[in-house]
Design a protein around this ligand. Sequence first.
Ligand code: ATP
Length: 376
Amino acid sequence: MTMRNAGSEEATRSPPRTDDDTGAETVLELSGVRKAYRSETAVSGVDLAVERGELLTLLGPSGCGKTTTLRLIAGLDAPTEGTVTVGGETVAGDGAVTPPEERDVGMVFQEFALFPHLTVAENVAFGLDDLDDAATDARVDELLDLVGLAAYGDRAPGDLSGGQRQRVALARSLAPEPDVLLLDEPFSNLDVRLRVEMREEVKRILDEAGVTAVSVTHDQEEALSISDRVAVMHDGRIEQVGAPGDVFEHPESRFVASFLGQADFLPARVGESAVETPLGSYARARLKGVTDDYRGATVDALVRPDDLRATPTADADADGRVVGRRYAGPSFVYRVELADGTVVSCLHNHTEEFAVGTPVTVELVADHPLAWYPDR
Ligand code: ATP
């Protein structure tokens, strides 16, 4: 299904907002959005601005409110409170409720939802009812070319592979040039190998089309690899929005830290110029932005497997012992229990094989300041 159009009579239109400093134009804006289903609050306090041409991914565990947010943007549901603005037009809130088919929003569904009785070209042409035949043919050719299916226009969707069906779905949604394209778990129906290949391909197509897109996933690797920005959701709220590298390296909460890959927390007692940890003493500057307010306090420093290295040693010199190991083909991840009971993970090349029970020293090899959280 493609939802688009020129907007309803009731809708309030104002010029899209432009950031004076960066020149970036906000195409989609959610402000103070809450959605309640009887006693259940699905999302609340959602503020989000998506800029022209960017791909923003809503990421979070099952039930955190991603799909609800997408449905509110599409117009498949109306917010209980707050406003949704698309291309400068208030489509929900302030008394306006623009139906899905009148929003300038396209959607790619998980199952692609192609029409089986139409050819690939006819599927792509489906939403182009305001163009004449020649203009429709030209636009379909342009889109099939963009998604790498120029030779497949006459095929039936049933004769295509999963990846090709996804390309057709994408072309069909892009055809009417929506202001915003929504992608609901776009890779979940593809097998693992194809998923990785299609991530790059979909990102290329979206970039070339210059479309503004919002995608939903619970797969952190997918979100980090394709997005310009990631919004991490938890319990109906957005916990953090930022570039993938920012949210991964500087998570603002333990939840975000733990959701985006393996996270362990190392107790660190803050001194005047040093911090004391179960791995020894380190310069205080190792903790990102820690202030004198925390002097004398113990905080939890975030350490990921690639921040730490284990080296087998004699029992008497050991920081801890290997208590588990996970083989992942090119690498091993060792779980090491330190003397104070803290368990941390260390990432090693597959050639560095240690047995469970091996006494080890653990070195902090991270070359970046560590995120940290006040002790609970
Ligand atoms: P998933 O990844 O499993 O799809 P999600 O992050 O997309 O999850 P939502 O589907 O948005 O989460 O659901 C958020 C919360 O709202 C959940 O607790 C869910 O049970 C509730 N919810 C969603 N839709 C409805 C509905 N139609 N009626 C009642 N509760 C709903």
